[in-house]
Design a protein. Structure first.
Length: 319
């Protein structure tokens, strides 16, 4: 047998995995009206048959109606998702793989003129260039509703028999309520209220997952902005620790380069795209692989939000 750590068993917060190879959350667009199709089940089943340790569904599965699907997202605010998710989970379990799902609220990173035609929301009203929406600044009743939406989505994931939940905490709504750059746009009073949202969501979902489901958080730990100091890493860590989630962290370090702020472009300009030296640099900064992404290094080529840094894609899950 090949002596490769990636092929050795791994216990992720009590979830026994046959190896450390993970298919992370990504969109395949194999949905119909936000409901996973049979093609999506077969797609995930093939990974499990091939021997992968953990399959992560979603990419991202949205929790609320004001988080309109932007690229074939699974709509976790519908009860109809439970049955097809249960079939996918059973298929993967039959072949020995664990199954998690990534939940998110897209925040301003979606459209307000699709799906239910509801306004997008964020911590501050700043235009998002890729989808060109102007979000409303979330009010206290919005925050209460969003916490409730995450709770309901987590309950549907549990009902489907999934092994765990990963919360997306970068680039979407939750990140906008923890990012120093976003919070700097708010008054001190509003900033204090806004900064509580990620912790409220994490605690609420933890109530659903209990001790028998994995709860993970996928987050950026550095904004790499010259106008924001280097406390982003400490801030992100405090958010997790104070919310008492120690099951799993999926850390994304910031990469050099910025997305083109022009609304007419979605992809980053050529000088901000991946190069070998940047891949190597990102790997050194982030380090460690409790569980490995299919591609352990390299950068996503997708553009990011207006005047915000792109993120490196070195992934590590830590118990």
């Amino acid at each position: 047998m090949v002596n490769d750590p990636l092929l050795t068993p791994y216990s992720l917060a009590g979830l026994q995995l046959r190896n450390r190879i993970v298919s992370t959350a990504h969109s395949s667009r194999y949905t119909s009206g936000g409901i996973p199709t049979e093609r999506y089940r077969l797609y995930q089943e093939q990974k499990a048959r091939g021997g992968i340790g953990l399959v992560t569904l979603g990419g991202s599965a949205v929790v609320g109606r004001d988080s309109a699907p932007a690229f074939g997202n699974i709509t976790m605010y519908k009860d109809e998702v439970v049955a097809p998710l249960a079939r996918i989970t059973e298929s993967c379990h039959d072949h020995g793989s664990g199954v998690m799902i990534q939940l998110t609220h897209m925040g301003r990173r979606t459209d307000d003129h699709t799906s239910d035609w509801l306004p997008t929301v964020s911590s501050a009203s700043m235009r998002e260039p890729a989808h060109r929406s102007y979000p409303k600044a979330a009010e206290p009743w919005d925050l209460d509703r969003i916490v409730s939406d995450f709770t309901s989505a987590a309950q549907r994931a549990r009902a489907a028999g999934l092994d765990g939940i990963e919360l997306e905490h970068y680039g979407h709504l939750l990140d906008a309520f923890a990012s120093p750059w976003h919070l700097s746009k708010l008054s001190p009073e509003d900033r204090s209220l806004a900064a509580e949202l990620p912790k409220r969501v994490i605690r609420a979902v933890k109530e659903v997952t209990g001790e028998d489901m994995v709860l993970g958080v996928r987050m950026a730990v550095d904004e790499a902005r010259p106008d924001i100091n280097a406390e982003a890493l400490g801030l992100a860590t405090r958010v997790i620790v104070s919310a008492s989630v120690r099951n799993a962290l999926d850390l994304r370090g910031a990469a050099r380069g910025r997305a083109d702020p022009s609304p007419a472009r979605f992809f980053a300009p050529p000088d901000a795209r991946s190069t070998p030296d940047r891949r190597q640099s990102a790997g050194r900064r982030n380090g460690g692989t409790g569980a490995a992404h299919g591609r352990a290094s390299g950068h996503r080529r997708g553009g990011r939000r207006d005047d915000e840094p792109r993120r490196g894609s070195r992934i590590g899950i830590y118990p």
